[in-house]
Design a protein around this ligand. Structure first.
Ligand SMILES: Cc1cc2nc3c(=O)[nH]c(=O)nc-3n(C[C@H](O)[C@H](O)[C@H](O)COP(=O)(O)OP(=O)(O)OC[C@H]3O[C@@H](n4cnc5c(N)ncnc54)[C@H](O)[C@@H]3O)c2cc1C
Length: 393
């Protein structure tokens, strides 16, 4: 008999978890607070650890169709523009890791997952904000804002940074705002000089700032994200707070001409304040009773390693594999969720820590900046085998 899994949140993590669990033989219901299953936001980089999960979930070909395949990762000085270091990302990189490095619009990644979900008998419930969770020895019940009650054998909180489900597992309050703000823009490539059409991911590093540029949507758009230190007054939550070019300029100061060109061409800016939780310290922070956490709900991280969505995808695959074991002779759902949490917490904690460390390195000043620029010249120093090889057979 199929077991019933409830998933709160239909973002990248929630949909990937739905796919993985349904393929493991579970009956899945996804509850999403928004009126439609869709994605806001800009681009996302997917290292081979993430694209390997997409392949395991049967979605890599669809994502690849809408994505770009950058040929190298370049680090440049944001003020003067010169190259600090490079990492080839083309066919050799793909052969080494057995999976490609892609850049994709978040909406295209989300659409590819949603299409996969719709091909399976998975229940999708838009406009269904979850407002309460009751976890008992017999099962888990969720209540929605519309007064519905849904029952299952397990609940996955994939409800993002401001997760409500998190309160059923950990009582550590809201995430804390950092003084780092991300401004992002999507620029039509035809507004930019031809040099921007290069299939590259570029990290522009400067004192107290960095920017990242890469093509998405088959090269039709350039994704530009600038991260600066800027304490903000006013609203701080949400992915799409309105940003202003003037505020960004004030925080950035002078940048090199190519970056300046890209900023000039931006049709508008969205901004969001980066929030932190301390890195996970144990399995007890990822699952309790019949409730497990996944993605940003479990382990939000700074974007300096470009791994937040990737970790949500890895979580989803691990969860699916743990739930698979519940079908046959072993009906212990809680043990399956604990297995998932034990497998995932050391990995996500390491990535959280490394992302935080990268903040210091990317935004370095003085002697640290000097040392960083020397080290960047070492071949393959930007490669991260322990990260990208994860899950390879
Ligand atoms: C500037 C920046 C750049 C980034 N770049 C990268 C990158 O290059 N590579 C990468 O891998 N990651 C990147 N990330 C991180 C990545 O975007 C996130 O980690 C990832 O999207 C998290 O997915 P999620 O499904 O866990 O959460 P979310 O995408 O936040 O989805 C949560 C879903 O739950 C829903 N929800 C919330 N509350 C409820 C409720 N009560 N009831 C029902 N539904 C609810 C929400 O509406 C939403 O649909 C970046 C992040 C930032 C800020």
């Amino acid at each position: 008999m199929a077991r019933r899994l409830l998933i709160a949140g239909g973002g990248i993590g929630g949909l990937a978890a739905a796919l993985a669990a349904a393929r493991a033989g579970w009956q899945v219901q996804v509850l999403e607070q928004a009126a439609a299953f869709s994605e806001v936001g800009a681009g996302v980089q997917l290292g081979p650890n993430a694209t390997r999960v997409l392949r395991d979930l049967g979605r890599l070909d669809v994502v690849r169709h809408a994505a770009c395949v950058p040929q190298r990762l370049v680090a440049r000085d944001a003020r003067r523009g010169h190259v600090l270091g490079t990492l080839p990302l083309g066919s050799d990189f793909e052969a080494r890791y057995g999976a490609p490095y892609l850049t994709v619009h978040r909406a295209d990644l989300h659409a590819a997952l949603l299409q996969g979900v719709q091909e399976l008998p998975i229940g999708l419930h838009p406009d269904c904000p979850l407002v309460a969770v009751q976890d008992t020895a017999e099962g888990v019940r969720v209540l929605t804002a519309g007064g519905r009650a849904l029952d299952g054998e397990a609940l996955v909180g994939a409800d993002g940074l401001w997760s409500l489900v998190r309160g059923s597992v950990v009582t550590d309050g809201a995430p804390l705002p950092s003084d780092h703000v991300a401004y992002r823009a999507l620029i039509p490539m035809d507004r930019l000089p031809a040099a921007w059409q290069a299939q590259e991911v570029t990290a522009w590093l400067g004192p107290h700032l960095h920017a990242v540029t890469y093509p998405v949507r088959g090269g039709a758009l350039l994704n530009l994200v600038c991260v600066v230190r800027q304490p903000l007054a006013g609203p701080r939550s949400g992915w799409d707070l309105p940003g202003t070019a003037q505020r960004l300029r004030a925080a950035l100061g002078d940048v090199c001409p190519p970056l300046e060109q890209a900023m000039e061409a931006a049709p508008g800016w969205g901004l969001w304040v980066l929030h932190d939780r301390a890195p996970v310290v144990g399995a007890h922070q990822m699952a309790r009773g019949r409730v497990a956490l996944l993605g940003d709900a479990a382990h939000p991280m700074r974007p300096y390693l470009a791994q937040g969505a990737a970790m949500a995808l890895e979580d989803a695959r691990a969860l699916g594999r743990s739930l698979e074991g519940v079908r046959g002779a072993n009906p212990d759902v809680q043990a399956a969720l604990q297995r998932y949490a034990r497998e995932r917490w050391p990995r996500v904690a390491r990535v959280q820590r490394r992302s935080l460390r990268n903040a210091t390195i990317f935004h370095a000043t003085g002697l640290l900046r000097f040392a960083r620029d020397r080290v960047m010249q070492v071949p393959r120093v930007m490669d991260v085998p322990w990260l990208y090889a994860h899950g390879a057979r």
